[in-house]
Design a protein around this ligand. Structure first.
Ligand code: B12
Ligand code: SF4
Length: 447
């Protein structure tokens, strides 16, 4: 049993504390890989609820023995399932990723009945996992009310209210509302919040088999790219005090013995002098031997020589830059790159000691109306810098400026069916084409 947690988490909840079951559902998809995927939203709420004195159990339907990959990532077990009819035009095999249903049932049968169940959700098109997990938990604990939150619940609240089976769907950040809602259900917090209290640490010790540390040093993003739901999900950029973020990181690094770290920030490098630089310097000052990774990409614009050196010193490996397109400068779908900024960022990273081939550049493909010629030109522009192009397929997101164009371009009814938001389907292409995708992928790989 690991003991060290946020010093504010009580060692044991009082005997009368309401008992909460927190659930991370399965993934239902054509393809899924644990590429630094951890239920950080749910673990953040778990930290808060522990601090308020609730008793908390985590049921993680994705926690299953997996084939290990690099840096603490891994391959989930997959059980093949019939492809849902509305997306059956795609020649890919659908399935459920994570623990087997038998393993989840066995875990549920060992749990004491909870007073309430809190379910998270991530990608909108993974909602069938939410529905199955709620159905199963209900079969075991029919008396316990189910609250659903997370990204699907925020972006598709009406759909979630109709199909999820949850009593309460709570869009938006949960910190502000979850305790209130539990109190409304007759489960008030055993301990009040202290005025001016720092936000609690995510309760990472609850996540069995974590291979890396997920870390958020800030929330939100100051930009508003057409295709991105972050402004709606997380709002404006709000940093955590950088020294406190480094302390949280050191704590979990020492407690869990993990050295791989995935930064989940949407805009880690925003205002670097105030945030990223002091954070990275504090990580280096504490002498932490870490490997940092940015699966969500860094903003090239903020990558000054000083930032590049600090990233290298703190242990960042394989820097990934959000480029999206390196060929279209007028009428870009994003607000994050101007001519010359990518070249400068690469130059600074190389000067800081990164090999160009170690640097990755995300390029968006599958946007409504996007021509292959634009993607090809972007791939070439990135390759000319010696950098690795990484194709990221577009997933349409309700409520974003690009949504009406996506709805108009799609061969699916995106408004009615979140399953069709799946980026593996290339929902805004007139039809799915392995040949088209493979050709672009080969070009990106330099084949
Ligand atoms: C980290 C991240 C990833 C990570 C892993 C995430 C994971 N856990 O699996 C990686 C890098 C792997 C990833 C990959 C992708 N991602 Co991503 N990712 C994110 C990101 C930046 C942060 C998510 C996060 O953990 N936030 C931090 C936590 C604290 O917030 P949270 O989970 O929302 O939880 C809060 C609330 O939702 C709420 N809450 C949560 N649970 C509950 C439960 C209850 C009961 C209550 C009341 C409240 C509540 O309270 C929490 C605390 O405030 C989001 C953007 C964003 N800012 O949300 C995009 C985002 C989720 N990703 C997105 C996309 C498009 C992708 C990719 C398709 C990109 C690509 N083209 O390759 C891939 C898809 C992977 C796949 N297999 O299909 C889209 C969503 C797409 C969709 N249709 O839903 C988002 C929204 C970004 C965007 N473009 O707008 N992603
Ligand atoms: S910069 Fe990134 S996180 Fe910010 S709005 Fe654009 S795509 Fe979203």
């Amino acid at each position: 049993m690991r003991t060290l947690t946020d010093p504010r988490f009580p060692a044991r909840a009082s005997r009368k504390a309401p008992r909460l079951l927190l659930v991370n559902p399965w993934i239902y998809d054509f393809a899924a890989y644990d590429f630094f995927a951890a239920p950080l939203g749910l673990l953040t709420l778990a930290g808060l609820l522990l601090c308020r004195g609730y008793e908390v159990e985590l049921l993680d339907c994705l926690a299953a023995p997996r084939r290990p990959g690099r840096y603490g990532t891994g391959r989930y077990p997959k059980e093949y399932l019939p492809t849902p009819p509305m997306v059956a035009d795609v020649p890919r095999r659908f399935g459920r990723y994570g623990a087997s249903e038998a393993a989840v049932r066995a875990r549920l049968s060992r749990l004491a009945p909870p007073d309430a169940v809190l379910v998270t959700s991530l990608m909108t098109y993974w909602y069938p996992g939410v529905v199955s997990a709620i159905r199963l938990v209900r079969a075991f604990f029919p008396q316990a009310p189910v609250l659903l939150g997370g990204i699907y619940a925020t972006l598709c609240p009406e759909h979630a209210r109709r199909v999820s089976g949850a009593e309460v769907v709570l869009p938006g950040p949960g910190e502000e509302r979850v305790v209130e809602e539990l109190a409304a259900l007759g489960l008030p917090p055993p301990r009040p919040a202290a005025p001016g209290e720092e936000p609690p640490w995510p309760a990472l010790h609850l996540a069995a088999g974590l291979g890396f540390l997920p870390l958020l040093t800030s929330r939100g993003c100051p930009l508003a790219c057409d295709y991105c739901a972050v402004p709606r999900l997380s709002g404006p950029w709000r940093p955590r005090p950088p020294v406190a973020a480094a302390a949280v990181l050191e704590h979990w690094h020492r407690t869990l013995g993990l050295t791989d770290v995935a930064l989940y920030d949407d805009a880690f490098l925003c205002r670097p002098a105030e945030h990223a630089l002091p954070f990275l310097e504090e990580v280096a000052r504490r002498g932490l031997k870490l490997r940092l990774y940015t699966p969500n990409a860094l903003h090239a614009r903020f990558l000054t020589p000083e930032v590049a050196r600090a990233l290298k010193r703190a242990g960042l490996v394989e820097p990934r830059l959000g480029v999206e397109t390196a060929a279209r400068w007028e009428d870009r779908p994003d607000r994050k790159l101007a001519p010359g900024e990518l070249e400068a960022a690469v130059e600074h990273l190389v000067a800081a000691g990164y090999a160009p081939g170690e640097i990755g550049a995300y390029l968006l493909i599958g946007l409504p109306g996007q021509e292959d010629a634009e993607v090809e030109a972007s791939i070439r522009a990135v390759r000319r810098l010696g950098v690795r192009p990484i194709l990221a397929a577009y997933s349409p997101l309700p409520g974003t400026p690009a949504w009406p164009r996506a709805v108009a371009a799609s061969r699916y009814d995106l408004e009615a069916e979140p399953l069709c938001h799946n980026n593996s389907l290339f929902p805004c292409w007139p039809r799915f084409s392995w040949e088209r995708y493979t050709r672009l992928k080969r070009l990106a790989h330099g084949a």
